[in-house]
Unconditional design. Structure first.
Length: 120
């Protein structure tokens, strides 16, 4: 579902706040770009945490510091910066609060039910 949202966002079919880490220009053998829709821990992922925003480590930047006070009573920052986190879940286990960081369970569940299944 996140990849479908990413595809729609990249094609400019939807408008959605997406955080992007672009590794271009870092002499890497492969051009790499990761978004908050691809990173396993979404906006709390280490790739984002350890990236730079305007020359400052993301979590120490004015933008990143706003995540420090997110909790279940006030998720406005997540809604503004990365609303898909509220749908697909996150745990900010490596932020300044460690294992006590903000934790949001995914708001949806998906499952596949097979009827008349045959082994292939």
């Amino acid at each position: 579902m996140e990849l479908a949202l990413l595809d729609a966002w990249e094609r400019k079919r939807i408008s959605l706040p997406v955080i992007v880490v672009d590794f271009a220009g870092n002499e890497m053998p492969k051009v790499l770009r990761i978004t908050s829709l691809e990173a396993p821990h979404r906006i709390a992922d280490a790739l984002l945490r350890d990236s730079l925003h305007e020359g400052t480590p993301f979590r120490k930047s004015d933008l990143g510091k706003r995540l420090d006070d997110v909790d279940n009573r006030n998720a406005t920052v997540l809604f503004e910066m990365c609303p898909t986190t509220l749908v697909f879940g996150m745990w900010d286990s490596t932020g300044p609060k460690g294992g006590l960081g903000a934790k949001f369970q995914r708001a949806m569940v998906s499952e596949i039910i097979g009827i008349g299944v045959e082994l292939g």
